[in-house]
Design a protein around this ligand. Structure first.
Ligand SMILES: Cc1cc2nc3c(=O)[nH]c(=O)nc-3n(C[C@H](O)[C@H](O)[C@H](O)COP(=O)(O)O)c2cc1C
Length: 339
């Protein structure tokens, strides 16, 4: 029976435990998508906190795709240097680093005009987007690939394509937001095409030693969207196309918020896990160590991602492992805290 402290592999990369720091936007870049001192201290601290993998926040593949103008970007070579300092520090302390490649689509809160599969505003607080033309979709695929190349230049070990939470790729996946009648819309095959193309383009750009996974929203919580069964089906297609893991979140594309409670997304992770042979990451209110351990031991997911738990306590990983009676290997200057 695997446990939280056991190693696992994504692609050819071995991770020394099953704890992942989940991506969290910090809104602390200074308008040009570049790392600030905040990111150095924040990610530096998380990299010492006991998770084998820390995932850096959603980073925009183009400025038009920022969730907010204070996000990190990966569309300019000037953005690489700061990220590489974060990765280098984490590597010195044995933590692997991932980063999310993101495009907000109709949920971009930026001054310039925004784009989406269809000209439907997310709500009245957002601009109404312009529907992308087919040729422009190919450019967006190229931007994901170019961002992936920069992420690897910065030294990242893992890449995660953000296809969740109502952002651009999710907007294409969901019939709720994708009303296109061309090859990128309509039936299941049309709606999943863009994400498949992004996976293929990113995969073709980076070395096979760099795992490329996908974060999905496994349900829209809406009758006009998709459900967990359809999400499991497209997860399998993503894995077949080269995705090294599936990170299972939910919601964000419709006005319906999920009903949340500890482990609320775990059944969705299990549904996906039943269909794919690559590792599955569960996320969502899993910061009770006993619950996190149960998710792994019961085989519902291969790893757990923790977000707010790590904001409350950047050393959540070491403390969870200690609570569960597993060996703890903190950085040497902190060792006395765990004796
Ligand atoms: C401050 C904050 C920022 C977030 N930013 C991102 C993000 O950049 N990308 C993403 O996929 N999810 C993001 N999320 C969602 C988390 O990764 C996670 O899925 C969610 O918070 C549920 O996990 P938790 O209960 O452990 O917090 C964010 C959550 C928080 C609290």
């Amino acid at each position: 029976m695997p446990s939280l402290s056991d190693s696992w592999s994504v692609g050819t990369l071995e991770l020394h435990n099953r704890i992942v720091v989940s991506s969290m936007c910090q809104y602390m870049a200074q308008g040009d998508g570049r790392v600030t001192d905040w990111h150095m201290v924040h990610y530096g601290s998380l990299a010492l906190g006991g998770a084998a993998l820390t995932m850096v926040e959603a980073s925009a593949v183009e400025a038009r795709g920022f969730i907010s103008t204070r996000d990190l970007g990966l569309y300019d070579s000037q953005q690489v240097e700061g990220l590489s300092r974060i990765v280098s520090f984490a590597h010195q302390h044995g933590t692997k680093m991932g980063i999310q490649l993101a495009h907000a689509g109709r949920k971009a809160d930026v001054p310039e005009p925004i784009v989406a599969p269809s000209a439907l505003a997310f709500n009245d607080r957002y601009q109404t987007p312009r529907a992308l033309q087919e040729g422009e979709i190919a450019e967006i695929v190229e931007r994901f690939a170019a961002a992936a190349k920069r992420a690897v230049e910065a030294g990242f070990d893992v890449l995660e394509i953000h296809a969740a939470h109502g952002y651009l790729l999710h907007q294409f996946l969901s019939p709720f937001s994708n009303k296109r009648e061309d090859r990128y819309g309509g039936d299941f095959e049309g709606r999943i095409r863009l994400t498949l193309e992004v996976i293929a383009a990113v995969r073709a750009t980076v070395s096979s030693s760099v795992p490329v996974g996908v974060r999905i929203s496994a349900t829209d919580y809406h009758a006009d969207g998709y459900d967990g069964h359809e999400a499991a089906r497209f997860s399998k297609r993503f894995a077949d196309a080269g995705a090294a893991f599936i990170d299972v979140s939910s919601g964000g594309n419709t006005p319906v918020p999920p009903h949340v409670y500890p482990g609320y997304q775990v059944p969705l992770a299990a549904l996906v896990k039943a269909q794919v042979s690559v590792p599955v990451i569960a996320v969502g209110m899993l910061d009770d160590p006993l619950l996190a351990e149960h998710v792994i031991q019961s085989g519902q997911a291969d790893a757990v991602a923790i977000a707010r738990g790590f904001l409350r306590d950047p050393h959540w990983g070491h403390k969870a492992l200690q609570t569960l009676g597993h060996p703890v290997t903190p950085p040497t200057p902190y060792a006395r805290a765990y004796m």
